[in-house]
Design a binder for this molecule. Sequence first.
Ligand code: SF4
Ligand code: SF4
Length: 489
Amino acid sequence: MTGPHKERAVTHTRLDVLRLPLIGLLRRRWGRLALQIPLLAAAVLLVIDGFTGPQMAARNLATVAPWVHFRGFVVLVLLLAGNLFCMGCPFTLPRTLAKRLSIRGRRFPRRLRNKWVAIASLFLLFVTYEALDLWASPALTAWLIVAYFAASFVLEAVFTESAFCKYVCPLGTFNFVYSTISPTQIGIHDPEVCRACVGKECINGSYSPTPLVRLDDIPGGQCEVRHGPEGTPGCGTLLFAPQIESNLDCTMCLDCARACPHNNVGLFVRQPGRELLRPEAWPKRWDVSLLAISLAALGLVNAFGMVPPVYELQRALIKTLGIQSEWLMIGLIFGVGGLLLPFALALLAGALSRALARKKLSLRHTVAAFAPAFVPLGFGIWFAHYGFHFLIAPLTIIPVIQEFLGQPGDWAAFSSTADAVLIGLVQGAGLVLGFLWSLALANRTAARLYRRDAVPGLLPWALLLLALAFAAGYVFSLPMEMRGSLLMG
Ligand code: SF4
Ligand code: SF4
């Protein structure tokens, strides 16, 4: 353990899903592999088809699976269950091997132990996706998957903690932010057991160069604790189970549950978005606040990149600024629309909110207090976007698999799209419910911070949320490119 930890009395009387039959198998030593091996096999098949299959987006697993289906599943699973995709992430398999190699390695550089690199890698992924038309290129998508495995392995081999997951991975960062609305969270059963626990194995793991056995006196009796070279890793993202307030940074790997010698860690069902209501659950840091706000804006810009006005904007940029490079053009659109503008507007809203409510809270604390309110609306925007792509071609993965297996693809039976009204309803529901949830959170934050001056203090944030929701509604009302479907090619 790196220092004394305060053990807050976080008791859970709710359901621990790890104590249910079958799901409980996940906490076994190799339980996570039940999810990882199928996803690793899928990743390998994607890479094979990406390099050797037809270079036509709608007929190749490498493009259809990740860009049409996977993303739709991700948002649905985050909403209904939790961060199961990080739990089953195949990129962490070579990481686990690397972790064993790096057990005496260095920590990730202190200056980079924040979310700035993750914000930059999200930005880079979106720009690369658009500039290289990754959705249309099976081979490039396969290279991206290979690069992911390589980056994960190298970072985990060099540094002791799970640096790739915690500080770099754009997919994990997306999952971290939006798993804050999920209905499950890691927690503990009994704080007294944690107080008496000597080794804090949930965070420290149970590695030891030579085997050792210890007896812990915990409430209810003594417990034998074994450490050794084959020990279980502790939390790779350095979360301490008795103190966890939020799903941010939790990959749901369940290493903490496996490492705890007192069987005191659980995966509890909770009120969805519980931590968005709790001011102490989110760090008061610029990087975390701006991640939540900019991810919502990046969702809007990502969708904007697929509707006709983006081409008008590009023509205007060529005409007025003389920009010819597509990378520069897309970087400018994402940089301004997804990062600079939301950063600036968040600062402006924070400054106005403080002035109108006549409260001396610092700008950093003000922005941090309202940042969680951007999570539901941001999720609604991504839900509307990914839901559209999924519903446009919900079953096309079947003929693509048939063709991958050397059979004729039954496109006639499986290439129909969902009803346009249904797609519109799903998108509208995502946006409206996301906006209302965000507004309710902002209202609650304003009431907590400003009391009698809550209404003027809320106003700038409510307007910003409203503007974001209207802009998203406008973008989704326009005809959107049906990328990855046969209609688009
Ligand atoms: S190892 Fe288990 S008992 Fe010990 S501090 Fe962690 S969760 Fe609590
Ligand atoms: S708290 Fe840490 S060890 Fe436990 S599931 Fe989350 S990331 Fe894994």
